[in-house]
Design a protein around this ligand. Structure first.
Ligand code: SER
Length: 627
């Protein structure tokens, strides 16, 4: 019997913070509200950004919740002992109220007294500081932790450079910003002006040196340390001391200091019950029973496939309950990919036909008490997921056969883009899935060929959408498409900021960046650069619509479409217009063959990386998208 169930842990956490003056608030949807910069809610703080920046929250300045989260960027890791795409994040916030002392003390009390974790197996990381930005080492947090460990009779040795020198009997370790700085977009250099962030202090659970996890891992030739990814240590929570905001020139303290805590319910649960994998917790128990597989006699690869199924089906149930439907773009594409991937895995594990239906039922009943909406919406959840199953079942078997014929039987070498494309087009195999299957057989796939094939088809049929690959997993061609639309927005912004004497002279887009040459006499000031960036990011954030039209050249001229300086156009041209669907305000209208995104919200964060002279009277900008 577990020491503590998921339901008990969730309640204990919320009640504990309630006893410390917090209001319990419900989880927000997996579909972010008023935030077009990301497809999914990926952390508890995402819905809190306006309040961290100073707006007052109707429920007060101490809040706590258990937030549904989805991280598509972790999809490839699913199958190990600790990564899932969907998870619940236990969160508590101080909005300009308490700070480090209270947070660290309460968290230590919660973990050791309430959850019953043995502090001998807890390790802590804190921020090493970044002097060039004027952000100092977080000695204050390190000392608070040290005092708490010492009260339990455990030496709280504070050490630096664990990544180079290992653990050395330390308990509290300094790391750089890749590990101990938190903002929605990661490290300090990625943050756009106006984005809040701060140093963080993470808590790790140690499965124990005696298990030899490190020695058996790919990391065995380097010193083991809490962040080394060998799997011995698992991060169970993150205390972010969100007190900075990025400005045009660096960092400033926010008007208020905030705490943003987020901890993975599944990971904390596994730690509390001495389980070495989140998939062993009671959250997955009934789901395993449906699969009727005996983990004792399964290979590691089989266990991985089964875990992928459990993770993906659970995520899909929550996604559908938040209104998503499988489709060929954006969130719908991610959902389709999860479901089709689990169906292929199910086939490879020889699961019986009704397994999916039974699994959905188990997810709904496991979460019925905490998320009653799953029960209310269960009919729709079954219909949507089974509908997708029915669609894919028709081609799955044939597709796999085709796959074997074409790919498995290939002697050696790469798989052509056309073969991968056929599997996608004829049999509905998402591209990433084909890639994974091909790689499982030790082959490579020619991604560029596939994209070329895909584009050819797109231009022929005009039905496929540039948004096929959304979900934080932008493919090569997808990045280019996004940069292409961002370039149009930048062109419009340059003309607003620098005047209508600005004309495009040329442009070149690669997966990494857009390069844009334009007529202008002098170097842009920092303010002008910042203004262009914020105009473009503002338009991206408004999720404007992008429309393509074909018309006679003369008509396009009358609409004031802009083109490349000195370029001759055909009699019939295609133009792209970016406009606000509510007010019909036109932001940009250009002669262009495309392809472009369908709406700007999916582009990501735009940033000018460089502005320099190109030739006399011509400037050159290099700009990037941060995902
Ligand atoms: N926002 C932080 C995280 O996602 C803590 O809540 O880790």
């Amino acid at each position: 019997m577990p020491n503590i169930s998921a339901q008990e842990l969730r309640t204990k956490y919320l009640e504990f913070f309630k006893s410390k003056g917090h209001t319990i608030i419900p989880s927000s949807s997996l579909v972010p509200e008023n935030d077009a910069t990301t497809l999914f809610t990926g952390s508890g703080m995402q819905p809190m950004v306006p309040y961290l920046l100073g707006e007052s929250h109707p429920k007060g300045n101490r809040l706590t919740d258990s937030q549904k989260c989805f991280r598509s960027q972790d999809i490839e890791e699913v199958g190990d002992n600790r990564h899932t795409t969907f998870f619940e994040m236990l969160g508590n916030w101080s909005l300009g109220d308490y700070f480090k002392q209270e947070q660290i003390q309460w968290m230590f009390e919660f973990l050791t007294e309430q959850v019953g974790l043995d502090p001998k197996f807890l390790y802590i990381t804190v921020f090493r500081g970044k002097e060039d930005l004027g952000i100092s080492r977080d000695e204050e947090s390190a000392k608070i932790w040290q005092g708490l460990f010492e009260q339990k009779g455990i030496a709280g040795k504070i050490l630096d450079f664990p990544e180079k020198e290992g653990m050395r009997d330390g308990r509290i370790f300094y790391y750089g910003e890749e590990k101990n700085w938190w903002s929605r977009v990661g490290v300090t250099g990625n943050m756009p002006a106006g984005e809040p962030g701060g140093p963080d202090s993470e808590m790790f659970w140690d499965y124990g040196e005696h298990l030899g996890i490190h020695e058996k891992s790919d990391f065995k030739n380097q010193p083991c340390h809490v962040n080394c990814d060998c799997g011995r240590f698992v991060e169970i929570g993150n205390n972010v001391f969100m007190e900075y905001v990025k400005t045009q020139s660096g960092f400033e303290k926010l008007k208020q200091h905030n705490v943003d805590f987020g901890g993975g319910l599944e990971r904390m649960l596994a730690a509390a019950n001495g389980q070495q994998s989140v998939f062993d917790t009671d959250l997955f128990k009934n789901m395993w029973e449906v699969l009727a597989l005996d983990q004792e006699i399964m290979t590691n690869q089989e266990v991985r496939k089964a875990r992928i199924i459990l993770d993906h089906v659970r995520a899909s149930v929550f996604m559908v309950s938040d209104g998503m439907q499988p489709s060929n773009k954006d969130r719908g594409y991610v959902l389709r990919r999860l479901l089709r991937r689990s169906m292929v895995m199910g086939r490879l594990l020889n699961l019986k036909f009704h397994w999916l239906k039974a699994l959905i039922g188990q997810v709904v009943s496991t979460y019925a008490e905490s998320y009653p909406e799953l029960v209310d919406k269960s009919q729709n959840i079954f219909e949507v997921i089974e509908g997708e199953q029915a669609k894919f079942e028709k081609t799955l078997e044939k597709g796999l056969k085709q796959f074997e014929l074409r790919i498995r039987n290939q002697e050696l070498g790469e798989v052509t883009g056309k073969e991968a494309f056929d599997l996608y087009q004829t049999y509905g195999f998402p591209w990433e899935l084909t890639k994974e299957l091909v790689e499982n057989f030790g082959h490579k796939i020619k991604q560029k060929d596939f994209e070329a094939e895909f584009k050819k088809h797109q231009e022929l049929s005009r039905t496929a959408s540039a948004g096929q690959f959304k979900g934080g997993l932008a493919s090569h061609s997808d990045k280019i498409v996004r940069l292409h639309t961002a370039t149009h927005l930048m062109n419009a912004a340059l003309r607003q900021v620098l005047g209508e004497g600005v004309w495009q002279k040329g442009s070149n887009i690669t997966e990494e960046r857009t390069r844009f040459d334009f007529t202008f006499e002098r170097k842009m000031t920092l303010e002008e650069v910042g203004h262009v960036e914020s105009l473009v990011n503002g338009w991206i954030g408004r999720d404007l619509t992008v429309k393509k039209e074909i018309m006679p050249y003369e008509e396009a001229r009358k609409l004031n479409a802009i083109g490349v300086f000195g370029e001759k156009y055909a009699d019939t041209v295609s133009i792209y217009t970016v406009f606000d669907p509510k007010s019909n305000e036109i932001i940009s209208r250009e002669f262009c063959g495309g392809p472009h995104v369908e709406h700007t919200g999916i582009i990501g964060k735009f940033k000018i990386a460089k502005e320099e002279a190109s030739s006399a009277g011509v400037r050159r900008i290099k700009a990037v998208i941060e995902y």
